[in-house]
Design a protein around this ligand. Structure first.
Ligand SMILES: Nc1nc2c(c(=O)[nH]1)N[C@H]1C(S)=C(S)[C@@H](COP(=O)(O)OP(=O)(O)OC[C@H]3O[C@@H](n4cnc5c(=O)[nH]c(N)nc54)[C@H](O)[C@@H]3O)O[C@H]1N2
Ligand SMILES: Nc1nc2c(c(=O)[nH]1)N[C@H]1C(S)=C(S)[C@@H](COP(=O)(O)OP(=O)(O)OC[C@H]3O[C@@H](n4cnc5c(=O)[nH]c(N)nc54)[C@H](O)[C@@H]3O)O[C@H]1N2
Ligand code: SF4
Ligand SMILES: [Mo]
Length: 750
């Protein structure tokens, strides 16, 4: 047990708020204020503040569990690990490596996500790996790569938001999903800027807006096209910018011109005067931003929708310029880093592509394997889960709870049950872990060190603050032990910093280049924004300047100069144990040695990361949701979050204070719809879709469209929202349509 307080970061969302963990007299830890981290300056939401409750042995797993005669019973680590390795080996021998599925999570540290991807490809030899981030920001990632050649959630730090002129926040309820970030938007308005919120519900976030557009679910694509139509019609296109910094305008323009404002009003339900007002607010100031979150992204056309919002930025010259740009508000703690280092079906570390021969060669060399031995791309998350029990016979699952969080969850639950073998690593007995043949209890955030990459693209060090209870091991130890049992003795270290050193080399030269980042720098500089290349060995000894930390440098230029630190690797010297480094983080603006790349807080200012340096317009047109309301299912269902619960609730449903604030599921509906049903506040409502039926009490509010009901997805059982959701996939990102499906609502039991 450490005796001093440790500066670290929250276990939950992508904001990665800074906090101190201080020892309590009882031998535990409590969260205390940490003001030096600029993103939250000490502010935390209730989830962050109460996070130590999940460290308690009262709610967590402290012994491996192995299924014996139908029930999970405590076992030793050796028994549990032997069982997993034995089953995986046997299934592979009988059905081949692609019968072994692996599923990861965006909450895993970079070190774990990297190791899990390597484990799947090198130890198991399977192509069948994907992760829950596919359900999260994959449409924004696909849209960003198409347009800019690179996907980093925000291309600028949050601190730029108060200084811009207007922000359109599309389908983000950040007042509930990232409460401390609301400050940046309040400051924007205090500075005279404006906020537009696009959401079918009048959320706590929408209440802050100068203009709230309330479209039908699933119509953001038409909305963005309608706004672009007006930009053209009103002569607001930045012709010079379009000429010099973009390509594909004519096609995108033609597509937008087919979306007349009156037509868009009919599709979206947003009136033409409101559309005009939004265009005026967005175009008049010198700089403006569009930020999307899950609302427009979790649709079967999410990638095109993101493309349409980016088009709006490009046509008006609002990308790759100071205080302007398109960004996606990534969701999970390591939603950003988790999508960069190889747990994704088509990916190798450093955001490299698995089907790129040069990438395969580079990574295979770091891993010490033959490039030809690396499997090709596998299936996306939903497709992988849907194939369980067919050609995929076993699943190793780490950091996700799909029984609650996957679309068409009853079906996925059946698929999980139909497996020959399921192994789950978790900190608690989640609904998915409860189905497993073996459950391994793992260490969590405060008990282990690792790096996280926040929604800003800022790589952070989350530090170990307490000793884990006896009986648990880290995910890295699990992968090390399984690799050894499956015949791979080397290459799976258990020390996170050792893994990070390898990740640096594997990512070097890739789009998400971490090679210039060290644990020491992360502590001293309060995080480092990627890309951050290490100086090339041949540059060592050259003279050059790195520029100021936090300064505007481009993503593409990697001119970090050089200096002589006496190391031919160009890497920094790593202190023995930086997690014990007493020195607090340096102030922003710390002076760096000349040969050190400062990191890249702001991307694209000189050029985009495409081959020709130009941003690409997307030639997109509106199309309806995969399932639209009809006579049988006349109401839209949309889903999302409440402030006091996190995701599948596996962690937060174990915290008393959070359960008191958000005890269970509900169906939010408009008084007019309630009147039609004859429903009063609190009445049990049955919500029925083509996938199934869920029951939860009515919560009546005028803050939602009368044609739409909303359910949060944090609970299992009768009120599980995902019993209803439609797994229609976006053709590019393979994102399921969590945000739109058609339902019938009735009073339960009536
Ligand atoms: N409290 C809490 N915070 C969280 C999380 C959590 O579970 N709980 N999870 C984290 C994660 S992983 C993520 S991804 C983020 C998600 O953060 P957000 O994207 O802010 O969260 P959601 O509630 O899923 O969706 C946001 C809004 O989209 C709206 N919406 C629904 N359908 C549509 C539509 O068709 N168009 C538009 N424009 N809007 C629509 C919903 O009404 C909702 O208010 O939150 C992170 N933070
Ligand atoms: N209807 C509907 N469904 C949705 C969404 C929606 O908006 N609507 N949103 C989607 C989105 S954006 C997301 S991100 C997903 C998230 O949904 P899930 O993937 O289910 O995410 P979590 O509930 O965070 O599950 C993480 C699990 O990992 C465990 N865990 C935490 N840390 C660690 C660790 O370090 N190692 C290991 N091994 N385990 C750990 C936790 O205890 C928990 O059981 O849900 C998706 N599902
Ligand atoms: S906003 Fe996110 S990172 Fe910050 S305290 Fe809440 S859950 Fe943690
Ligand atoms: Mo997410």
């Amino acid at each position: 047990m450490e005796t001093t307080s440790t500066p670290t970061h929250c276990p939950y969302c992508a904001l990665q708020c800074g906090m101190n963990l201080s020892p309590t007299p009882e031998g535990g830890v409590e969260v205390t204020e940490r003001v030096d981290f600029p993103v939250n300056r000490g502010a935390l939401c209730g989830k962050g503040r109460t996070a130590p409750a999940v460290l308690s042995s009262r709610v967590r797993l402290t012994s491996p569990l192995v299924r014996s005669r139908g029930t999970l019973v405590p076992a030793t680590w050796d028994e549990a690990l032997d069982r997993i390795a034995g089953e995986l080996g046997a299934i592979r021998a009988e059905h081949g490596p692609d019968a072994l599925g692996v599923f990861g999570g965006g909450g895993l540290t970079n070190e774990k996500a990297y190791t899990l991807g390597k484990f799947a490809r090198v130890v198991l030899g399977t192509s069948q790996i994907d992760y829950n981030g596919r359900f999260c920001m994959s449409s924004a990632a696909a849209g960003g790569i198409k347009a800019f050649g690179l996907d980093r959630g925000l291309p600028f730090p949050l601190e730029d938001i108060p200084k811009t002129g207007c922000v359109i926040l599309v389908g983000s309820n950040l007042a509930e999903t990232m409460p401390p970030a609301l400050r940046f938007f309040s400051e924007l308005r205090e500075n005279g800027g404006t906020l537009i919120v696009v959401d079918p519900r009048r959320t706590r976030t929408a209440e802050q807006a100068d203009l709230h557009l309330m479209p039908r679910p699933g119509t953001d694509l038409a909305l963005a096209l309608g706004l672009l139509h007006l930009v053209v019609a009103e002569g607001r296109v930045d012709e010079e910018y379009v000429r010099e910094r973009t390509s594909g305008w004519e096609e995108a323009r033609a597509a937008a011109m087919a979306h007349w404002p009156e037509h868009v009003e009919r599709i979206t339900g947003v009136s033409v005067p409101q559309l005009r007002e939004a265009v005026r607010m967005f175009c008049e100031p010198e700089a403006a931003m569009v930020l999307t979150a899950r609302g427009p992204e979790q649709q079967s056309k999410g990638t095109d929708t993101v493309g349409a919002w980016i088009n709006l930025c490009l046509a008006t010259g609002r990308a790759g310029r100071p205080l302007s740009g398109y960004g996606c508000l990534t969701g999970q703690g390591n939603g950003q880093g988790g999508r960069e280092h190889g747990q994704k079906a088509d990916q190798l570390p450093g955001y490299r592509k698995l089907d790129d021969p040069a990438a395969r060669r580079h990574v295979a060399e770091v891993w010490g394997v033959d490039p030809d031995s690396l499997p090709g791309p596998g299936r996306s998350a939903y497709e992988l889960l849907d194939a369980l029990g067919t050609d995929i016979r076993s699943l190793l699952l780490m950091a996700s709870n799909p029984v609650v969080s996957a679309p068409r969850a009853a079906h996925i639950e059946e698929r999980l049950k139909s497996l020959d073998f399921l192994a789950v690593c978790d900190v608690v007995l989640s609904e998915t872990a409860a189905l497993a043949d073996v459950v391994l209890p793992v260490t969590q955030w405060a008990e282990e060190t690792g790096t996280m990459t926040s929604l800003e693209g800022r790589v952070l060090l989350r530090r170990r603050a307490i000793t884990p209870p006896a009986g648990v091991r880290s995910d890295l130890e699990v992968l090390h032990e399984l690799a050894a049992r499956l015949g791979v003795e080397k290459g799976f270290p258990t020390d996170p910093e050792e893994v990070f050193e390898e990740l640096r080399r594997a990512s070097a030269g890739g789009p998400a280049d971490y090679s210039g980042i060290t644990y020491r720098r992360l502590v001293e500089e309060n995080g480092v924004f990627w890309p951050c290349p290490a100086p090339a060995p041949e540059e060592a000894g050259a003279v050059g300047g790195a520029g100021a930390v936090g300064g505007a440098v481009t993503g593409a230029a990697v001119d970090d100069g050089g200096g002589d630190d006496g190391e031919d690797t160009g890497f920094d010297v790593i202190p023995e144990d930086p997690t014990r480094d007493e020195a607090g983080p340096a102030q922003p603006g710390a002076v760096l040695p000349a040969n050190v790349h400062p990191g890249t807080p702001r991307l694209f200012l000189d050029r985009f990361a495409t081959d020709d340096g130009r941003a690409r317009f997307a030639p997109v047109s509106h199309r309806p949701a995969a399932e639209e309301p009809d006579e049988e299912y006349p109401v839209f269902l949309t889903t999302g979050r409440v402030v006091a619960q996190y995701q599948s609730g596996a962690q937060t449903r174990r915290v008393d204070e959070l359960n008191a604030a958000a005890p269970g599921p509900f169906v939010e509906l408009h008084p007019r719809l309630a009147a039609r049903l004859g429903a009063a506040e609190g009445d049990p409502l049955a919500v029925v879709s083509r996938r199934g039926r869920a029951v939860a009490p009515a919560r009546i509010t005028t803050g939602i469209r009368p044609d739409t009901v909303f359910m949060p997805f944090h609970w299992p059982g009768e009120g599980r929202a995902n019993t209803l959701t439609n797994p229609a996939l976006d053709p590019t990102s393979r994102m399921p349509e969590f945000k739109v499906c058609a339902v019938r609502v009735e009073i339960a039991g009536a």
